[in-house]
Every structure is written in C-alpha cells, then in structure tokens.
Design a protein around this ligand. Structure first.
Ligand code: UD1
Length: 362
C-alpha cells in the first residue's frame, strides 16, 4: 500500500522521522514537505540531523495569512493526492499544513491518520486548537500520545475503535539522539561559564500583542539578572521582541534558531527553560529540566502531571523561576517510571503496526 506523509514545519520533523523509519520497507512511502517552513534553520537542518529521507515533493507554499497558507497547501495537495492515489495520508501535529492535508484527503475519500491526535487546550484563540479539532473530526485513525487525549476524542464522538494510544514519536527521536545532546559543547558555543536559562518564544499571543510582548521582554531581562539566558529566536517573533526592547547584553544571549541536537544539548544543561512552545514542554519533561510555560493553558497536561512543566502567567514567571532555582534538581534525564506512559522510544513502531494492521483489514 501507498502511504503519503505530510510535513511542513519544524515541529513535524521529529514526529515524522520515527514513523517513516518504522514503516520503511513495509509500505510504499511518499514524503511531502509543504514548504510552510522554508528557512534552512527551521527545515533543512532537521532533515540532515534526524535521518529523514529527502522529501519526494516540496510544495513551496511559504508564508502568508492563515487562509492563504492553508489554501496554498490544499491546492498543492489536491493535485498530489489525485495523481498518486494514496491508500492513507498521515498528518502530524497541529499546524496549518496538517489541517489542509486532512481536509483535502477527506474530500477525496482518502483515509487520514493523525499522529498526535486529541490534544486540547480548549483555547480557540490559538490557531493550532482550531487545526487540532477539525483534523481529528476528519481522521480515520487517531494516534494519541497521552491518555487525556483519548477522553477528549471520546467526548467529541470519535468511535473508540479509531483511537490508538501509541505514545509519543517525538520522544522516540529525543531518546534516539540523547547521546548527542552535549551540554558542554552548548556551554562553550554560547560562552556560558555558570548556570544558565534557555527561553523560546513565538506564539502570537506573546509576541504579536504589544502589551504582552513588553511585559515579556521586561521579564526576560529580569530573569537574566539571576543567571544568563540564551534565547534562540524564531523568525516569527524576532522583530516584535526586538521592537519591544529585547537586546543582547552580557546576560541575554540572542541567537538564531538552533539545529536539533544543539538546541537539546543547550536545554539539557539548563537550570530551567522558559517557553511558549508545545514540543519544548515535552522535551524538557523527559530531559528532567524544569520548564516554565508562559501560557494560560496547555494542550499537554501530562507534562505537568508526569513531567517538569508548570504553567505561569507573565506575572508569575519570576516567582516561579525563583522557586524552581531554589529547589533540588530533578533527575536528568527523567527515569522511565517518572515519564508519561509510553514515552519510551517505541511509539514509531507502534504507529507502524496500527497503520499496517488497519490497512490490511480494509
Ligand atoms: C507554525 C505553527 C506552530 C508551530 C510553529 C513552530 C501554524 C498555525 N503554526 O507557526 O504551531 O509551533 O510553526 O515553528 O501552523 N517564517 C520565516 N521563515 C520560515 C517560516 C516562517 O521567516 O521558514 C516567518 C514568516 O514571517 C512567517 C511567520 O514566520 O510569516 C509565521 O510562519 P508560519 O509558518 O505561518 O507559522 P509559525 O509562527 O512558524
């Protein structure tokens, strides 16, 4: 059978890599890159590092408004799916490319498998929440990373036989490359001699909102008075953060987006991570690094109950940081029994088995 995988943006790549690897030689696979992310540092470097095959196709959709971007992916994929007639389309995560692919496949009566289904922030002001909900309604196979996702899908009327709790393929990638996350190399690259913090920010609610971004920048500069803070800047937030006064100093190290292993080496050695990313909450939890998530909600509550994550509003960052820095450090990486269930490095093979059994039974 022919399986077409849809990827488009940085967070997709470490999720797709173990699924493609586990299906290798067991099905015909086509890898599509929509081109939603096109900067080498958000795309190319992940293919080089994560043993991902070269994409068979790159749609080159690039940036635009949500409608423009989603529409461009839809128009491109309609052609691809019509020509290649896949038996299954596999989509990842919650980006615009995920939603666009699910919509096109559903209209062409091609089954969809959604990897990382069922996550919910219940915050429809996040574009990703819209993408998650609609994608799940259109999916035939819902592959979930945590038990709470099963409940969300059941309550939305998804039949139980479509839902498979398989674990977290992004954590397969993390565990596979763990030995390459070199905190000493990160320290020397960034000139860090003492304990340090890492921050990542890119959510519209933080970097596009003028009042929020001002407070955020002030908070980051205050955090840097405790210890140096390294901030790899996503292109999306860079201009807004700099306009709001974020500037490099002896304590604030602004750097370009980092390759996968360099970023996780930096995180691995950090005293704490401040973030508004989804994936970083999960990665920090498994690495055993305290994570302060600067958001009002998270679609990944298992990182709070079974990880190192806590939610902090912008007012709460510094008090929470001081608490975390005063507490004893959690074990690094987190031992298996303290991790979320099935975040064990074998999600890719489980997904491959579910997918192939499902295709065989059709
Ligand atoms: C997207 C995902 C988000 C994910 C994030 C990871 C959606 C709705 N959002 O957000 O869930 O956490 O990727 O990075 O799909 N840009 C570049 N170079 C690029 C890509 C983007 O400079 O290669 C800049 C452009 O100014 C662009 C902006 O970033 O307009 C936003 O890019 P976009 O792909 O729309 O969304 P992200 O914010 O990256």
């Amino acid at each position: 059978s022919r399986i077409v995988h849809i990827t488009g943006a940085r967070p997709n790549f470490p999720k797709a890599a173990p699924v493609l690897a586990a299906l290798h030689g067991r099905a015909e696979q086509v890898l599509v890159h929509t081109g939603q992310h096109y900067d080498d540092r958000l795309s190319r470097v992940f293919f080089d590092e994560l043993d991902l095959p070269e994409p068979d196709l790159n749609l080159g959709v690039g940036s635009g408004s949500h409608a423009e971007q989603t529409a461009a992916v839809m128009i491109g994929l309609e052609k691809v799916f019509t020509e290649r007639r896949p038996d299954l389309v596999v989509v990842y995560g919650d980006i615009n490319s995920t939603l666009a692919a699910a919509l096109v496949a559903a209209k062409l009566l091609i089954p969809v498998a959604h990897v990382e289904a069922g996550l919910r922030s219940f915050d429809l002001s996040m574009p990703e929440e819209v993408n998650r909900r609609v994608t799940d309604q259109l999916s035939d196979l819902l592959l979930v990373t945590s038990a709470d996702a099963v409940g969300h899908l059941a309550r939305e009327g998804v039949p139980a036989d479509r839902i498979h709790f398989v674990g977290n393929p992004m954590i397969d990638t993390l565990l596979k490359h763990l030995d390459r996350f070199d905190e000493e190399a990160a320290r020397s690259t960034h000139g860090l001699e003492s304990d340090y913090l890492v921050a990542t920010l890119h959510r519209p609610a933080n970097v596009d909102d003028p009042a929020a971004v001002q407070q955020l920048v002030a908070t980051l500069h205050k955090a840097a008075e405790r210890m140096p803070i390294v901030i790899p800047l996503h292109p999306r937030g860079r201009a807004g953060l700099e306009k709001a006064g974020l500037h490099a100093s002896s304590g604030v190290k602004l750097v370009d987006p980092l390759p996968y292993t360099a970023f996780l080496g930096l995180v691995r050695g950090a005293a704490a991570v401040l973030t508004d990313s989804g994936g970083v909450q999960e990665e920090a939890s498994v690495l055993g690094v305290p994570c302060l998530t600067m958001r009002p909600n998270t679609e990944r509550p298992v990182t709070i109950t079974h990880g190192t994550n806590r939610l902090v509003g912008l007012d709460g960052v510094l008090p929470a940081l001081d608490e975390v820095l005063a507490a004893s450090r959690p074990e690094r990486p987190a031992p298996l029994h303290q991790r979320p269930p099935l975040w064990d490095g074998a999600a890719g093979p489980r997904i491959a088995d579910v997918v192939l059994n499902w295709l065989a039974a059709r």
